[in-house]
Unconditional design. Structure first.
Length: 314
């Protein structure tokens, strides 16, 4: 057996032991009555340990685990600007505050740079039920978001609410039923195929983002817009995404996903470019039609929830 193979096994054993130790430690804290601190961490650690799913980073950069990428969120928000079911006055307001709106559409995932836990920025965990739209949990925990101090702030939070709504539906209609619980392949293969479908969406959506829309992102200037993500973290995330989405920019998605899954970007590319492989490994289990259906539900929910926020703060 090669030295490289031995090293890889050692690293995997070390990571597995680390996650198992974390679970034991958190359970001990619960037994001591420290439920408020660790109950979410226990469920999250157990789920990831059982699934064998964990997040890796490339040079400290990560994308939100299991959810649509920033490019997909930007594309949804771009379409919403022309959505006729949104009152014209609301759409005009969002266009008048476009830089803040574009940043708001990706801001929830700025947590991955700061190391914040999912429930801090998305207001639910993968292991929990979602009894109400997460943006309502967010504004209840942060009441000042219902009283934004500028128009830009209000447009930013409106887009943030749309982002949370997309992730809510994606989690409930795609990830949980078809990748976490339905056993159409081994766990790690399902995990890998989830990243394949996310990359498929990511590359399609990045091509749809208009230059004027991408340029607006770099003009956003957050000013104490959130209590749970700092302006500095928002600006770092803003710069990272703008450098990839601006005309001539280079996407880092395959590099990031390759590091996370342990699959070289070249293998990602080969699968994505092969219709027969995509059909055999992914589309026969999660059909393009079903993907389109879930994406339509994500979009519709984002539409209605953003309207609700703007109406209640207008």
């Amino acid at each position: 057996m090669s030295q490289t193979s031995d090293m890889q096994k050692h690293v995997r054993r070390k990571k597995t032991k680390s996650r198992f130790t974390e679970i034991i430690f958190l359970c001990a804290l619960c037994l001591r009555g420290e439920f408020g601190f660790c109950i979410r961490q226990v469920f999250d650690a157990i789920t990831l340990y059982l699934l064998g799913w964990h997040s890796k980073s490339i040079q400290g950069i990560r994308y939100n685990r299991l959810m649509p990428t920033p490019f997909s969120h930007m594309e949804v928000a771009q379409r919403l600007l022309d959505e006729t079911t949104i009152p014209a006055a609301m759409r005009a307001f969002l266009r008048a505050n476009l830089p803040a709106y574009v940043l708001g559409s990706i801001a929830a995932d700025a947590r991955v740079g700061s190391g914040a836990k999912r429930h801090v920025t998305h207001f639910y965990d993968y292991t929990e039920t979602i009894p109400e739209p997460p943006w309502r949990v967010m504004v209840r925990a942060n009441p000042r978001l219902m009283h934004p101090h500028t128009d830009a702030h209000r447009a930013f939070v409106a887009a943030y609410a749309a982002h949370l709504s997309v992730d809510e539906v994606w989690s409930l209609r795609m990830v949980r039923p078809h990748f976490a619980t339905r056993e159409w392949a081994k766990r790690r293969q399902r995990f890998f195929m989830l990243h394949i479908i996310l990359t498929h969406m990511d590359e399609r959506d990045r091509q749809r983002i208009m230059p004027w829309y991408a340029d607006a992102l770099c003009e956003a200037n957050p000013q104490n817009w959130l209590d749970f993500i700092s302006d500095d973290d928002l600006r770092k995330w803003q710069t990272l995404i703008f450098e990839q989405v601006t005309p001539g920019g280079e996407s880092q998605t395959l590099t990031i996903f390759g590091q996370r899954t342990g699959v070289p970007p070249e293998e990602f590319r080969a699968i994505l470019d092969s219709d027969s492989t995509m059909q055999r490994q992914l589309w026969q289990h999660i059909t393009p039609g079903y993907l389109a259906q879930v994406e339509a539900e994500c979009y519709q929910h984002a539409t209605t929830q953003m309207i609700a926020y703007l109406r209640e703060t207008g």
